[in-house]
Design a protein around this ligand. Sequence first.
Ligand code: NAD
Length: 300
Amino acid sequence: MIIDGKQIAQTIRGELREQIAALRAEGKRAPKLAVVLVGHNPASETYVANKLKACAEVGIEAERISYDEYVTEQTLLNEIHRLNNDDSIDGFIVQLPLPAHINELAILSAIDYRKDVDGLTPENVGRTVQGLPSIVSATPRGIRELLARYHIATEGKHVVVIGRSNIVGKPIAMLLMQRPYLSLPGMSAASLGDATVTVCHSKTQDLASICRTADIIIVAAGSPNLVTASMVKPGATVIDVGINRIDDPASPRGYRLVGDVDFEHVAPIAGFITPVPGGVGPMTIVSLLQNTLQAYKQRN
Ligand code: NAD
């Protein structure tokens, strides 16, 4: 069965719109997100525009704060300090990547974790590891939501995560191995956890054999066709996070997007599988909206 991320994302946007409308009907103010953008990277401009549009669609107020690429680290730190203390702002993000002269970790570390709706501050990551209420970063939150909405239980299952990045591999491994009662109350995906998790990476030996023992494979490697049919146990769930551009003269753009899984041959044997595009990708912005509402509720 194909996991339809686009459909789930649309459903969640509808749920958020209703929840926020209900808050407004009670006379409460709208949640508010601020997005800090440095420079004019075209991809970042597009991401930010999409985030602001998605906020407007569900009734989250959103503000864009722009700086040119020569901004100093101190000016950005001052802005973060201001946002941390601005009571009208529930959450904010600093769009990455930042110019090379700015220390990304210093910037992220300055964000108040309660307003860190990208879930990337060391404090939020640490809280996630310790099973404390935290804001989970977008992609792992989206993956967890997809599993929950398709009733794919993880308890006692062997989950193989391929990739160990701070934004996908490490946090999803951590979330799925945790005891679920330690997850944040009130989240639809809170019952997920209790899995036996194996994390694989570029130095892992015999990836194929490890994958064959998996009930659930989550791959975030950035390598087309890394997961082939012979690596997948019949009936296993396959979550493909990878986004790769490959040349395609037949496409008007000259390229197309593929994931890390040989979808054509894996789909017939997998129990559940996410396509690329249309699987994990559409969940990312929705997770940011969910995180903003979560931050708003925790502050009020
Ligand atoms: P990354 O690019 O920082 O690192 C890739 C990871 O994969 C590393 O940990 C590496 O050890 C591992 N890896 C690479 N080749 C491997 C191999 N042959 N065998 C085993 N492990 C291997 O990771 P990232 O930032 O998590 O991104 C991974 C992919 O996911 C990229 O294609 C990225 O574009 C995509 N991505 C998608 C979304 C989304 O919303 N769908 C979000 C984030 C990242």
